[in-house]
Design a protein around this ligand. Sequence first.
Ligand SMILES: Cc1cc2nc3c(=O)[nH]c(=O)nc-3n(C[C@H](O)[C@H](O)[C@H](O)COP(=O)(O)OP(=O)(O)OC[C@H]3O[C@@H](n4cnc5c(N)ncnc54)[C@H](O)[C@@H]3O)c2cc1C
Length: 480
Amino acid sequence: MVGSSLRSSGARFFSSANLEDLNPVDRVAKIFKDDAVELKEKLLGKRTWSEKKKIFPSHCDVLIVGGGVMGYSTAYWLADRCQGNLRIVLIEKDPTYQKCTSVLSVGGLRQQFSLRENIELSLASADFMRNIKRNLSVDESDPPDISFNPCGYLFLASEKGAHVLQENHALQTSLGAVVELLSPAKLKEKFPFINTDGIELGCHGLENEGWFDPWSLLNAFRRKAIALGVECINGTLKGFGYKAHSQINHLMLPPGQYQHAEKAIIELEDGSERSINFAKLVVAAGCNTGEIGAMLNLGQGQQGILGAPIPIEPRKRFVYVVHCPDAPGLAMPFIIDPSGAYVRREGFGGNYVCGKSPSPEDPEPTCDNMDVDYEFFENEVWPLIAHRVPAFENAKVKNAWAGFYDFNRFDENAFIGLHPAFHNIYVVAGFSGHGIQQSPAVGRAMMELIIDGEFVTIDLKRFGFQRYYDDEPLYESNIV
Ligand SMILES: Cc1cc2nc3c(=O)[nH]c(=O)nc-3n(C[C@H](O)[C@H](O)[C@H](O)COP(=O)(O)OP(=O)(O)OC[C@H]3O[C@@H](n4cnc5c(N)ncnc54)[C@H](O)[C@@H]3O)c2cc1C
């Protein structure tokens, strides 16, 4: 397998000749020669910076597509585990991160989910973030700070949803989450500013919940991954090169038809195209993951396992920042109304962020721009939050932004695992509105899958593609 051997140095560079066009002997000779040239130039320090910038790795052990939290967390865990013995390359098309979901998120962390996996991922990630200085420091004098705001979520349920809240509470506490159920009377006692009309039950998080700065988390993973030897390239994945493997029989393909994707075609910022061979590929492209699936010919009119696309696509969501000096400030939990509208404090100056996903019967906003729909706030968000906390009747919008959920239209849950059509391509995407908080534990799970061949710490088998091919959706009831 090209590039699959563990390597003694994590920081080698090779020129970009097409290695796959060479016979095996010439290929080894070429790699050896490039290594020798690299070593010589490193020792003699002959290469200028502009020349170095032109160097593009010709092959790697693990190629990661996507430099959001999932890509960089996976890169960090792999590099930390293998300590320079694995060549890891990460490709990101948007170095300004203007559209990257990770930096446009609200940064909420909670344990209030309905699926065991989601609860365990968030508990483990909370623990990682609590120890972030120890885990991700590069320079001890400048440790990462993700500005964590401890503040419990308060999920509210009407009569219809109360039993779900109760069942979720039982599962969450059995797994170690510290959450309490509150009757309307108790809610009024604890949060007198909340209107409990139509509310049957509340569930409030007492530990490990709140929000943090998403950019700081992404940057901390990025800095640490780079310090551990991960090579980052600004470029856009455009397609793949394949090798026919007539000797490999894939159980779900006709004999002799398995094609092995082993080369990625990358368009660089200057418009030039380069290719890189990989042993393993991790698709961490967020809402663009379905597009990468199409590049892998999935869902492009073929039969059988190749016939199904990766059903992950962008869904635009708006976040509104409102100013409301009369609102409850520090006393206010992160409120999730039964309608799906949410509101939380932002800083200490009377500002709050709020939003809501569109109802299933409403049209989805188009995803070809980043424009904000202010009417959606007026008609769909403001009335709901002002009904629940009347102080918000005086809220004024100060700012707003749009971002894209990486939405799995099959069941709104993530795919974490090997794609069954390939022996070397992993997917980690489809987290809708709860990916950033789970990224520390998900990155570790990806590392385990790639290095150990199975999930070791948290069993995430149900998040694999099997459920999709078996048509057995796995629904999370607490999607916000
Ligand atoms: C408005 C909003 C609020 C949210 N609030 C929360 C919250 O409170 N809590 C929470 O946990 N989560 C929240 N989320 C969800 C969370 O932000 C995402 O689940 C998470 O950031 C996904 O990370 P990712 O790395 O998978 O994707 P991304 O951050 O989108 O990163 C994927 C990267 O892949 C790159 N890429 C794509 N295609 C290519 C290509 N062909 N070549 C090279 N690079 C490519 C993209 O440029 C992008 O940078 C929110 C999301 C939104 C939109």
